[in-house]
Design a binder for this molecule. Structure first.
Ligand SMILES: Cc1cc2nc3c(=O)[nH]c(=O)nc-3n(C[C@H](O)[C@H](O)[C@H](O)COP(=O)(O)OP(=O)(O)OC[C@H]3O[C@@H](n4cnc5c(N)ncnc54)[C@H](O)[C@@H]3O)c2cc1C
Length: 517
């Protein structure tokens, strides 16, 4: 009996000891992990030189560029899954040049991107090809690429996070941390759902066109100009996949372009006053009844395919917002959160990459990003140096989109016809316009020259064969219209920074400086 009792006691003691040991070790491990996490958190907060909010096109490209210069970069992105968006699907030749200067050209490889050599333009049964010119002053292959935006963004994210000094974390930034007008970092919710903070000498807000953060930094407002409606026609290929097909349809333009070897993006523009319901199927009916008959027969089958197969129709607002300097220090706003233009020229990514190139060059000499005054000076220079390029593209985007809108007004319609004739006339007019559209020659004076030439061409067309008084009247109105297209945008962008020769020279220098080609 005694021996049994002793055995029971011994086994109980042993079991107790074992349980306690397991409990102790587990608890210790947890504590050690907690301490390590806390230490890592502390290290992380203190160690980053730059925090970037958003790992879209801009955030990812900037993270890569700054990390290549040795900066420790902490990127916070709210959704790491591959985005499915109907924007940023066309990279102009100028944008490809910027990508290569940043060392990111391979992000267009392996995503089934399609080569585009120019535009096929259609109007009233006529068609013409306008190709990107072969220009000796443009030091890169003069062709564009079209692709699924999400695939490109994922490649940029991979490329950035392949660098050891980039930390790409999933989390949603709630607000900026501010002390006496200086941004010190961000407060965010991490993947585990915990509210936490990250601090760094410089914060870059790159959270896209729906940015909430920019409101506390800049006083510019975005205006919705129209809506871009689109869907994908799957498992098909255009007869001429190397051109973006632009149909000058009524009430506004329609587009088709190959975004992978099997997918064609179909899209058109609508205005808030005539907006059919997608849910009720009215949008598909509108496209089939109103636009499809205007789409050339060789493209029509593909235009109708996506609609007939019930592909998801998306709507994205086309916004316009001029850039303004932030009132706060220690922070930079970039990308669509900073500056937007009508997407008709498909150049938002190009402007953004050009901005990154300029900013990177200006930040390179600064060893300490914590020097708020110096960083503020850099931001001011950046704001001016970017102007010649960004303003050219912004004004072009807004003017081009306006001249594509069909109208019953004789003067507006003459401008629209003049635009088609000019773009498709061949020779230096076509090459000049295509160099502007492709970002191969983004110079304000070149833009002003071509806009004036289109206006004169349209007026000439209106007045021929004989300048009747009514025609003269319409010509004067057309002249007024073109001034309206140019002057308010020039004023909004700031005439002197756009045309100031020092800015143009500084832009060219920043453009030439980085040679990752
Ligand atoms: C209809 C349309 C078509 C367009 N087509 C073209 C085109 O063909 N070619 C072209 O060059 N440009 C085009 N553009 C413009 C181009 O898409 C944008 O200029 C570009 O994508 C802007 O990049 P971004 O990095 O500023 O923003 P985005 O690429 O939108 O990235 C923003 C990122 O921030 C993240 N984010 C947002 N809020 C938070 C938060 N609080 N916390 C953490 N992360 C956050 C988002 O998840 C996202 O990943 C088009 C625009 C429109 C509207």
């Amino acid at each position: 009996m005694d021996t049994v009792f002793t055995h029971v006691c011994l086994w109980t003691l042993l079991a107790f000891a074992l349980t306690w040991t397991v409990f102790y070790v587990t608890n210790m491990k947890k504590k050690v992990k907690e301490l390590a996490d806390a230490a890592a958190e502390e290290r992380r907060d203190g160690a980053a030189d730059v925090i970037i909010v958003g790992a879209g096109v801009g955030g990812s490209a900037l993270a890569y560029a700054l990390a290549k210069d040795g900066r420790r970069v902490h990127v916070i992105e709210r959704d790491m899954r591959e985005p499915e968006r109907m924007m940023g699907e066309f990279m102009q030749p100028g944008g490809r040049l910027m990508l290569s200067k940043l060392g990111l050209q391979d992000c267009l490889d392996g995503i089934d991107a399609q080569k585009a050599t120019g535009l096929a333009v259609y109007k009233d049964g006529k068609e013409a090809i306008a190709s990107f010119p072969v220009d000796n002053n443009f030091p890169y292959d003069p062709s564009a690429r079209s692709f699924h935006n999400g695939r490109f963004v994922q490649r940029l994210r991979q490329k950035a996070s392949s660098l050891p000094n980039v930390r790409l974390e999933e989390g949603t930034v709630r607000s900026l941390i501010e002390e006496k007008g200086v941004i010190k970092g961000v407060a965010y919710k991490n993947k585990a759902g915990e509210e936490t903070t990250a601090l760094a000498p410089l914060t870059v807000v790159c959270d896209g066109c729906y940015s909430n953060l920019r409101r506390s930094l800049n006083d510019n407002n975005a205006a919705v100009l129209s809506y871009q409606v689109g869907y994908i026609s799957k498992n098909c290929r255009l007869d001429d996949p190397e051109n973006l097909h632009l149909i000058m349809s009524k009430p506004s333009s329609t587009m088709l372009y190959q975004i992978s070897s099997t997918d064609v993006r179909c899209g058109f523009e609508l205005f808030p006053d005539n907006f059919p319901s997608i849910a009720k199927g009215e949008m598909a009916t509108f496209a089939k009844n109103n636009l499809a008959p205007q789409v050339p027969p060789k493209l029509r089958k593909i235009f109708l395919k996506g609609l007939d197969e019930g592909e998801h129709i998306k709507v994205v607002p086309a916004k316009c917002m001029s850039a303004t300097l932030s009132k706060k220090k220690g922070v930079i706003v970039l990308g669509d959160a900073f500056n937007m233009r009508h997407p008709s020229v498909a150049a938002g990514m190009m402007v953004l990459l050009s901005d990154i190139l300029i900013l990177r060059g200006l930040l390179q000499p600064l060893s300490n990003l914590g020097d708020v005054t110096k960083v503020s000076e850099v931001i001011k220079s950046f704001y001016n140096i970017r102007k010649p390029m960004s303003a050219t593209v912004n004004i072009l985007g807004n003017a081009f989109s306006q001249s594509l809108i069909a109208s019953t007004d004789v003067a507006k319609e003459a401008m629209r016809q003049g635009c088609y004739d000019y773009l498709c006339s061949g020779g230096f007019r076509t090459s000049g316009m295509m160099a502007l559209l492709g970002g191969m020659n983004p110079r304000p004076l070149s833009l002003i020259y071509h806009l004036c030439a289109i206006t004169l061409h349209s007026i000439g067309h209106l007045l021929s064969p004989f300048p009747y008084p009514l025609r003269i009247w319409h010509s004067l109105r057309l002249f007024g219209l073109s001034l309206k297209m140019l002057v308010p945008h020039l004023k909004a962008e700031g005439v002197s920074p756009i045309l100031f020769p020092a800015n143009a020279a500084a832009y060219r220098r920043s453009y030439m400086a980085t040679t990752a080609l």
